[in-house]
Design a protein around this ligand. Structure first.
Ligand code: GDD
Ligand code: MG
Length: 365
């Protein structure tokens, strides 16, 4: 089986992290975001994954080569000369996707959930039409693609409205599809095309698009606030399954559960960590540190008695003694926060050194 992951776009909403690393490589729960997807695809028998990219393939190639062998999947890079939108890349990769006549997966690279791909395959095969979209319910549907069903039909889609201005429903496109190869003949070659605005409405007009209801959590983690929420949902789902990926609640530093700690990280004395904390590779945490609802990316350092909540600490950044970070603060790569500094909702660009308090949410350049 085959899959294509849409990896383009500039990830501007996840700045300052994406100034250093392409969005799909940003570690979500200690693994590049995209590896969660590739591993789930491999599990159901996908052998070829096309990554549709339009910038910086070198770093992605380097990082993903390492993973390719371990998950037994061939990763193909399909580089767009210009951004081709969310449908154009499918046509560009037609050679691979149409290799045999079987259906293929398409994924947005920035979504997280439990990826029930086997159920999706079974459902898609059971209705026999052209495409299946995974859908989930959200409270604020206006920033997503919304689907409406045919009256009296459980799954056949009647309308697909991308980013509706007026309320049409709360069941949204989760950014995971299974499509027949016939969909490729609906897309023009070398022309930027939106799968949401053009391709899906066309399949809907022919009555050949279905929805598949997602169970469990779902989140588009393409912006910091949602990245933190998605991390909480993911860690909670691991906890429910009794996963060994979480630190044991009997560790003296774990407070409230849902804590993930890389085995290379060092944690000082008398820390209180949790709930919902991810500590990455080679992170060093001093004594008496308090962490809640945050992600510390690889190589970062938190000095004694710092207090961190709802924050992403970027790679190789340092948080000073008695510093306090909160309210969706995001530190880019190699940032230094001075001792006793307070940051409230700051988005700090790479290589900055912060020596004065940031009292109100701001971008620090
Ligand atoms: N290769 C390539 N080329 N990929 C692209 C391009 C492009 O020109 N433009 C966007 N992408 C990729 C993004 O990297 C992302 O993985 C995916 O396509 C969707 O783009 P986003 O920019 O993240 O879209 P969105 O979040 O506003 O909306 C999409 O996702 C929602 C679910 O999270 C839509 O598919 C909505 O309908 C959906 O509800
Ligand atoms: Mg998105």
């Amino acid at each position: 089986m085959k899959a294509l992951i849409l990896v383009g776009g500039f990830g501007t909403r996840l700045r300052p992290l994406t100034l250093t690393m392409p969005k799909p490589l940003v570690e979500f729960a200690n693994k590049p975001m995209i590896m969660h997807q590739i591993e789930a695809l491999a599990k159901v028998g996908v052998t070829d994954v096309v990554l549709a990219v339009n910038y910086r393939p070198e770093i992605m190639e380097r990082v993903l080569k390492e993973y390719e062998a371990s998950c037994g999947v061939k990763i193909h890079f399909s580089l767009e000369p210009e951004p081709l939108g969310t449908a154009g890349p499918l046509k560009l990769a037609e050679d691979i996707l149409a290799k045999d006549d079987s259906p293929f997966f398409v994924l947005n690279s920035d979504v997280t959930c439990e990826f029930p791909f086997q159920d999706l395959i079974d459902f898609h095969n059971s209705h026999g039409d052209e495409g299946t979209i995974v859908v989930t319910k959200v409270e604020e549907p206006s920033k997503y693609g919304v689907i409406v069903h045919k009256p009296n039909h459980a799954s056949r889609i009647d309308r697909f409205v991308e980013k509706p201005v007026e309320f049409v429903g709360n069941r949204i496109n989760a950014g995971l599809y299974m499509l027949n190869t016939s969909v490729l003949s609906r897309i023009e070659k070398n022309k930027p095309t939106s799968i949401e605005q053009e391709t899906f409405p066309a399949i809907v007009r022919d009555g050949k698009l279905h929805s598949f209801d997602l169970e469990g959590f779902w989140m588009d983690v393409g912006q910091p606030k949602d990245f933190l929420t998605g991390t909480c949902l993911y860690l909670s789902s691991l906890a429910k399954k009794g996963s060994k990926l979480l630190a044991s609640p009997s560790e003296n530093y774990v407070y409230g559960g849902n804590v993930m700690v890389d085995e290379t990280a060092k944690i000082g004395k008398n820390c209180r960590i949790g709930p919902n904390v991810v500590i990455g590779k080679n992170v060093v945490i001093g004594d008496g540190v308090r962490l809640q609802r945050c992600t510390l990316l690889p190589g970062s350092k938190v000095k004694d008695h710092a207090w961190i909540k709802s924050t992403i600490v970027g790679w190789n950044s340092t948080v000073g003694k008695w510093a306090r970070l909160e309210n969706v603060t995001v530190l880019g790569d190699d940032v230094t926060i001075g001792d006793e500094i307070y940051v409230n909702g700051g988005s700090v660009l790479p290589h900055k050194s912060i020596k004065a308090n940031v009292d109100v949410p701001a971008i620090i350049m």
